[in-house]
Design a protein around this ligand. Sequence first.
Ligand code: PCA
Length: 325
Amino acid sequence: MKVLNAYSAGAATLLTAALAMPLAAESWDMPMAYAATNYHSEMGVVFADKVREYTDGGIDITVHPGGSLFGGGDIKRAIQTGQVPIGERLMSSHANEAPILGWDNLPFVATSYADNSKLWEAAKEPVNEVLAEQNLVVLYTCPWPGQGFYFKNEVSGSADLGGLKFRSYNTATATIAEELGMIPVQVEAAELSQALATGVAEAFISSGSTGYDRKVWEHLSHYYKVNAWLPRNYVMVNKSVWDGLDENMQAALQKAGDETGAACEAKSEELSDWYFEQLEANGMTVTDAGTEFLTELQTIGAKMTEEWLASAGENGQKILDAYGQ
Ligand code: PCA
């Protein structure tokens, strides 16, 4: 991981840059789980540029989007074990390891960007503690737009859903599937188009963003805006690597992370309606969920929040108390 720039790159431009920079530069590969053209990945590139600038070229990050270096499900472990120093993933996809990491998929608890930010402020400390125990440090987080349902026909409630194969992306989405009488099947966003094309999955919950990235209109026709929650991706660093950096490097990375997190969140909000327009422009029917479906989801949601509180221990309640719920 630690290489001398002048030897590793060999290019004249980098050699010149190396002369102007502190002794050694580090090259970091940064696996990311989602589409290269998605704003999360584009912001990863912005982050890498900022890091290069703020560290005077001391850390040179190469972004690998779309699960191309490690599949989404393998990224966190790759960072923990030091196979890569940094990477990005959906935080709640690890709620099966530590329930506290599912703070952002409690149905209908925080359904606006402002509330989601407030909830993250409340969750930050216990989440960071759990991640530190797992040898990880969070540099920034960034929300997806609100989550709604994709189907291949009109749906007014669970009576229309029995037995459907439902693509899940974490334990909460698998629970929703089961509660609605569907069969959950875990599929990475990167594999979603294929899963829909081959019938492995017939429906799913996600944002307009992922539906757009995966051209879901080729397989499905209806999107119901439920706005159940706004899950966050997080960019994390291996803690041993982090602890080995001097204070200036840490401060430079944190500055880049703070700025990128804020910019990414703003971008997400800015794009959220635009994604719906794209789904519609490609022939999908995009509407609010009907009362019957919504009422069912609210009942399921309340139960899921109770279950989360039971599994997350006192920190779960502390988060909701601090949030003001
Ligand atoms: N897209 C990701 C997670 C949440 C979202 O909006 C996905 O569907 O995998």
